[in-house]
Structures are given as C-alpha cells and as structure tokens.
Ligand binder design. Structure first.
Ligand SMILES: C=C(O[C@@H]1C=C(C(=O)O)C=C[C@H]1O)C(=O)O
Length: 92
C-alpha cells in the first residue's frame, strides 16, 4: 500500500515545464512538417498555373487564405498567413 499523499506525488514545477516543453517541441515538429507539405502542394498549383499560361500568384486566392486565418486566429492570424504564403510562393 502506498503511503505517499497526492501532494507528495505531484510533479514539481520543473518537471511539469519540462514535460510540457517536450509536447511543444513535438507539436512544433508536426507544424513544420505540415508547412513543408503545404509548400509542396502549393508548388503543384503554382507550376500548373504557370504551365497553362497563367501567373504564379493569385491575389484573390491569397485574400481567401488570409481571411481564413484571420477568422480562426484573429489579427495575428493574418501575419501568420502572410508568412506562410511567403514560405510557399516566395516574396512578391
Ligand atoms: C497555391 C496557389 O498559388 C499561390 C500560393 C498560394 C498558397 O500557398 O496558398 C495562394 C495563392 C497563390 O498566390 C493557389 O492559387 O491556390
């Protein structure tokens, strides 16, 4: 039978922070993987449009993407989406 109280077995602040940071690092790795996947898919669209005589960039579509992120995440979502667009299609 255990003689330790819940207080005695509770994680220390240091252990809680270390465990949470491990989860954050794993989440960041997934986000980076998703950004790389997004970049590859975006390149397919851009190449297809160029090959069929169009432009690499579609500003109307970019407005939709910016709106999507802003609706989900507020104003900082717009900045995040702008950075994502730059990663996916380069600077314009
Ligand atoms: C991928 C596309 O091409 C470009 C890249 C975009 C993106 O990465 O989301 C959006 C618009 C375009 O400037 C597209 O038109 O969907």
């Amino acid at each position: 039978m255990s003689t330790t109280t819940p207080e005695e077995t509770a994680a220390t602040p240091e252990a809680t922070i270390a465990a949470a940071r491990e989860r954050i690092d794993a989440i960041d790795d997934r986000i980076i993987g998703l950004i790389q996947e997004r970049t590859a898919v975006s390149a397919v669209v851009q190449q297809t449009r160029i090959s069929s005589g169009g432009r690499r960039v579609s500003l109307s579509r970019e407005m939709e993407v910016l709106g999507h992120y802003r609706e989900a995440l507020g104003k900082p979502g717009t900045s995040l989406a702008m950075t994502l667009l730059e990663l996916c299609r380069g600077r314009i």
